[in-house]
Design a protein around this ligand. Structure first.
Ligand code: ZN
Length: 257
């Protein structure tokens, strides 16, 4: 009789104890996963919600100058990485003791992830240049814009095999919109423009590329060049002339800011 009377409370206590334990474990698991998941989840395409209109950041001004004041220049190379030209450009930069920023296209990043790691190992900086280099991106939906920008950011992380800084975003073809700058800012990237267009993408010949840069360069310039998106022999040749010329002029190499 006593045994039967006592039994229900014991059962009850066990049930309470068990549920407390379950709640505690669940709380620990959720705390752990949110603590660990936040840094990677925020920049992931799915976690950069299109509806995040609560506090839209101010459209960041386009960056078209160097981080340091004085006789500095920031070289930028777009549309790579490219298995032929990116290594040649890296070698030229390393020989000159120069740094540069590489605005990479996601599809190339996925194809040549080892080049992303090489670019980083040489002390260069990464710039997000969207997944597919759609020059009409500013006219697309916010969802599409977010997918293109966040997607390339993720491609760079995967290729690098680590959490790597991607300080800049550059719109394909320089076709900007306020929304694109907002999406990039949400991802922690500054919108990177240029102040000197080498026009190497028109393939006017190495001498012409050199002349254009020499004519338009000034302290604090951000120079647009290309290591991908086509044949870049002229760019490599021009760079091999421009790097010693810039040094002789007293220019030092910097990153944009
Ligand atoms: Zn481009």
């Amino acid at each position: 009789m006593r045994y039967r009377v006592l039994r229900p409370p014991y059962l009850y206590r066990w049930a309470v104890l068990l549920s407390v334990l379950v709640v505690a474990v669940a709380a620990m698991v959720s705390a752990f996963s949110s603590a660990e998941g936040t840094p990677t989840a925020v920049p992931a395409p799915a976690a950069a919600p299109v509806t995040a209109t609560t506090t839209p950041p101010e459209p960041a001004d386009l960056v078209r100058g160097t981080a340091h004041a004085g006789k500095f220049v920031a070289l930028t190379f777009d549309d790579g990485p490219d298995p032929v030209y990116t290594p040649q450009i890296l070698d030229a930069l390393t020989r000159a003791g120069a740094v540069a920023t590489f605005c990479m296209v996601g599809t190339n990043v996925t194809r040549y992830p080892e080049l992303v790691r090489t670019v980083l190992a040489r002390g260069m900086r990464l710039c997000d240049h969207t997944v597919s280099h759609d020059e009409q991106l500013s006219k697309r939906s916010e969802q599409r814009i977010t997918a293109e920008i966040s997607g390339a950011w993720s491609d760079l992380q995967v290729a690098a095999g680590a959490d790597v800084p991607v300080p800049y975003f550059r719109a394909p073809g320089g076709a900007w919109s306020a929304l694109m700058r907002d999406v990039a800012a949400r991802q922690g990237m500054k919108s990177l423009s240029w102040s000197v267009d080498s026009r190497d993408w028109t393939q006017p010949g190495a001498a012409q590329i050199v002349a254009t840069v020499q004519r338009t360069i000034q302290p604090g310039a951000v120079v647009l060049l290309h290591d991908g998106g086509g044949k870049r022999t002229q760019t490599v040749e021009a760079l091999n002339q421009l790097l010693p010329w810039l040094s002789a002029q007293g220019y030092r190499f910097d990153f944009p800011a």
